[in-house]
Ligand binder design. Structure first.
Ligand code: PMP
Length: 438
């Protein structure tokens, strides 16, 4: 039984919900780093919409591209056909993806990208005569959207509890980080690799010949910005290679400059076999997602035996002309305004700002990578999310939008954020923390 304010927090999509009606926060307009609500209040957006509007809101270049495209081609069927924009965007994306992740499959969201990647992984093994490889491995507290595949590999237990019987064949590695683990890691530089060795335990348990893929967020977002210890992703990569398991990075949040490089993969120095994206691909404008596959993976499942007809997959709106037009314009903005580089240059300033909250009331941890930061609060006994939600509401009243996930405050501004805006976000949070009861 959630309290009404918690319901308000968790069930935002249901805007007709009675509790929500009591305290509406309706966003009417946006520009750059700012929102305006229906009361005309200006709000500094500290989270890029929902970790997605990386070029800032209503970028003129992107607005123009969408408007123009709407008058040229509204829609074209993606099956047995295409449109030129799909290829232009694919080429631009292949230029910035790591390694040989050159093939793209378009979807409409992060959830669809995850389900698509999991299916590609299984289809790839099958095309190579390894049809027994169907088991999928995620991580505790991992978030991979709300499709059946995504909740199966996802580690938010509450989200999948009632669907449990449909999710045979999935397993979860421990999450890489919590306060206790960090304490353990002192004096143990091998901690990251040690934690990844849990995958060997699952391989021993199930046999490698039954495992299709491991999926991880390079930095876990929804769980509260959990940064992997040094050596962790490298060791996962080694173990996957050793046993022929595909490694999938879910870069829905970490993609498109968040960590100061095009993808988290490049920031953390590990290349996956498949990569899922959404959000920043169109900077939150027209809905779009994508899966990137290594050439050899794509070629294998595309040229698989005749039974590959079983692979039928794709969405009515895959590669939608408006989404592609938005995606192309957004990629141009990233490049011409040097936004990935800008994020890298701002990261040290952002880091100081995140860590300036150390010692503020209720704060038990501060962490960040690139322009992705979080501050963990000491949860209130019996209602562990109440404090963070109170901070969220009070910041909003003061004109600053932040995000809460559990008892954690998350900060992920657009890549165009100015230093003064970073100061305002963290200054407001500090001020608000002083007013929150223990
Ligand atoms: N994967 C990750 C890592 C995400 O953070 C999210 C959304 N926050 C998703 C998948 C799901 O994306 P969507 O909401 O677009 O379906």
């Amino acid at each position: 039984h959630l309290k009404s304010e918690e319901l308000n927090n968790y069930w935002m999509p249901f805007t007709a919900n009675r509790q929500f009606k009591g305290a509406p926060r309706l966003i009417a307009k946006a520009k750059g780093m700012y929102y305006w609500d229906d009361q005309g209040r200006q709000i500094l957006d500290g989270i890029a919409g929902l970790w997605c509007c990386n070029v800032g809101h209503n970028h003129p270049r992107v607005v123009e591209a969408i408007q123009k495209q709407a008058g040229v081609l509204d829609y074209a069927p993606p099956f047995q056909m295409g449109n030129p924009l799909q290829f232009e965007l694919a080429n631009r994306l292949a230029d910035i993806t790591p390694g040989s992740l050159n093939k793209v499959f378009y979807t409409n969201s992060g959830s669809e990208s995850v389900d698509t990647a999991l299916k590609i992984a299984i289809a790839y093994h099958r095309a190579r005569g390894e049809g027994s490889r169907v088991r999928l491995i995620g991580r505790e507290r991992g978030y991979h959207g709300v499709g059946f595949g995504g909740i199966a590999v996802g580690g938010m237990v509450a989200n999948r509890k009632m669907f449990g019987t449909l999710m045979a064949g999935t397993d979860h590695l421990p999450q890489t980080w919590n306060l206790k683990e960090q304490a353990y890691s002192h004096g143990q530089p091998a901690w990251g690799a040690h934690l990844a060795d849990e995958l060997e335990r699952l391989v021993a348990l199930h046999d490698a010949s039954t495992i299709a893929a491991v999926i991880v967020e390079p930095v876990a977002g929804s769980a509260g910005v959990l940064i992997p210890p040094v050596g962790y992703l490298q060791r996962l990569r080694e173990i996957c290679d050793k046993h022929g398991i595909l490694l999938i990075f879910d870069e829905v949040i970490t993609g498109f400059g968040r960590l100061g490089t095009a993808f988290g993969s490049q920031a953390l120095g590990v290349t996956p076999d498949l990569m899922t994206v959404a959000k920043g691909i169109t900077s939150g404008t027209v809905p779009m997602g994508a899966v990137f596959a290594k050439d050899e993976i794509y070629d294998t499942f595309m040229s698989g035996p005749p039974h590959m007809i079983e692979l039928f997959h794709g969405y009515t709106y895959s590669g939608h002309p408006l989404a592609c037009a938005a995606g192309i314009a957004v990629q141009q903005v990233y490049q011409e305004e040097g936004l990935f580089q800008r994020a890298a240059e701002l990261a040290p300033y952002f880091e100081l700002a995140v860590h300036s909250l150390k010692g503020a009331p209720h704060v038990i941890d501060c962490r960040n990578l690139g322009l992705m930061g979080a501050v963990e609060l000491q949860g209130r006994a019996g209602s562990p999310t109440a404090k963070a939600f109170e901070v969220f509401l009070k910041c909003y009243e003061r004109g600053v939008l932040i995000r809460t996930t559990g008892d954690i405050l998350a900060f992920t501004p657009s890549l165009i954020v100015q230093k003064a805006e970073i100061d305002r976000i963290f200054g407001t949070v500090r001020e608000v923390l002083e007013t929150v009861a223990a």
